[in-house]
Design a protein around this ligand. Structure first.
Ligand code: NAD
Length: 426
């Protein structure tokens, strides 16, 4: 029996869980998903809240709230990052966990979806406080995590060092060194070549494909990137090297604009070697982080955080290609406005899937104890991304849906087929 429901009315446009659900509903309806399968896939398998006591350097005890949501293990163990941010909510983690399920299915890697979050401000914690938060969170979840159960990775506010602490804490609990329990680790601890650049590289591969499809040229193509963290900065470096002209970038503190193109390697050193504020770089005119989203460009890459393009501002977006690096940068309410503007969308579950793809390679390498050259990692990533891009675009054309709905349909269909083969236990 096909699903007979209207798309979920999004009550609160900025609630990312509602946004994720609305897209799921649209795709499930187009796919004619059976009622029972639909119900099963709509909800997470399990979710947990943990309260983490942390001794601050002053000796005072603080309690941080932490979450882990396992959305699906239908196609393999859960996979998804851990976010450290002051405003993390359970709804946000739920949405991110569901997106991981669809993302892994779009690129056809054998993982389900999960996500974690800890309500804390890493910029206000010392290194040792951060280590204690990480270790206690991991210890609380040591029964959930595991190379065959649920494999965390970095996300906003977490990095390679934090992943090393996760690996060590888990290994102490299970009494054996278990590198494959977490990805995005340092190279010296079972990390993969190319992982740091992977999400940015995946974005660039999608941009290359989109540019080719629209018969444009990469060389001199004007790009704006919001966010200069792992995804934004690596994407900017790679795209700059490939001949794209990065005319604006921003981070949370401010933005920079230069019509002739910013010197991205210099800016990268400014921010990451000299540790200076991005907005003080002297190679472009200052702009607000939000405003740069609306300057005219060929490719817009939101690579910072959720809810940047909304029903209130989508009409101001002025690009030919919208390639989403962040998770959920466009709200479900804004989708129709973007579609009317005939913008070619590379949706987040495809655009930023390069990260989890190389995380999968890292997990494979750790389990084999055999490591690949960087060129092998990059070649395999390129294969996966190009093939996935082609499948989504082909599906969109064949079924007259936009690329976002096509990506969800490809993903939901793969999970549904695996679920039917497994059947429902007991
Ligand atoms: P990060 O913490 O390394 O960087 C985030 C960047 O965004 C920082 O430069 C920050 O200053 C900036 N920022 C935050 N709010 C902003 C705002 N309002 N305007 C402009 N800039 C702002 O995080 P990241 O790992 O680069 O992740 C960025 C996004 O990509 C997130 O949505 C994350 O979930 C997603 N993502 C990350 C990966 C990965 O491999 N790291 C993979 C897939 C998706």
């Amino acid at each position: 029996m096909p699903v007979n429901v209207m798309p979920a009315p999004v009550q609160d446009e900025l609630n990312v869980y509602e946004s994720a659900e609305a897209r799921f509903e649209i795709a499930a309806r187009k796919l004619g998903l059976e009622q029972g399968i639909y119900r099963y896939m709509k909800y997470p398998e399990r979710e947990i809240t943990v309260y983490i006591p942390v001794a601050l350097d002053t000796g005072q005890i603080e309690v941080c709230t932490g979450y882990r949501v396992l959305h699906s293990t239908v196609r393999g163990p859960g996979k998804g990052g851990i976010r450290f941010a002051p405003n993390v909510t359970l709804d946000e983690v739920r949405a991110l966990a569901a997106w991981m399920t669809w993302k892994c299915a779009v690129v056809n890697i054998p993982f389900g979806g999960a996500k974690g979050g800890v309500v804390c401000d890493p910029s206000k914690l010392s290194k040792s406080e951060l280590e204690r938060v990480t270790r206690r969170y991991t210890a609380s979840l040591s029964d959930w995590f595991g190379p065959e159960r649920d494999i965390p990775a970095p996300d906003i506010g977490t990095n390679e060092q934090i992943m090393a602490w996760v690996m060590d804490t888990y290994s102490m609990h299970v009494r054996q060194a278990t590198t494959a329990v977490v990805t995005g680790k340092p190279l010296d601890l079972g990390g993969s070549q190319g992982r740091r650049e992977a999400t940015g590289r995946g974005l660039m591969i999608c941009c290359n494909k989109a540019v080719q499809k629209l018969r444009m040229k990469c060389d001199g193509c004007r790009v704006i990137i919001q966010g200069f963290g792992n995804v934004g900065s690596q994407g900017a470096l790679l795209m700059h090297e490939a001949g794209y002209k990065i005319i604006a970038v921003s981070d949370v503190s401010g933005g920079l604009y230069n019509e002739k193109g910013l010197d991205i390697p210099k800016l990268y050193d400014w921010v990451y070697v000299l540790r200076k504020p991005l907005k003080e770089f002297d190679g472009g005119e200052k702009a607000s982080p939000q405003e740069i989203l609306f300057r005219p460009c060929d490719i817009l890459v939101p690579a910072a955080t959720e809810n940047q393009i909304t029903s209130q501002n989508a009409h101001r977006v002025n690009c030919r290609i919208l390639c989403e690096g962040a998770n959920g940068p466009t709200t479900a309410h804004a989708d129709a406005i973007i579609e009317q503007k005939d913008i070619f969308i590379v949706p987040d579950i495809l655009g930023n899937a390069g990260g989890v793809t190389v995380s999968y390679f890292e997990w494979v390498q750790d389990r084999q104890g055999f490591f690949w050259r960087e060129s092998e990692v990059n070649d395999r990533l390129q294969d996966v991304m190009e093939h996935s891009f082609d499948q989504v675009v082909l599906y969109a054309q064949a079924h007259s849906v936009n690329n976002r709905t096509a990506a969800y349909i490809v993903a939901i269909d793969r999970v549904a087929r695996a679920l039917k083969l497994r059947g429902f236990y007991a």
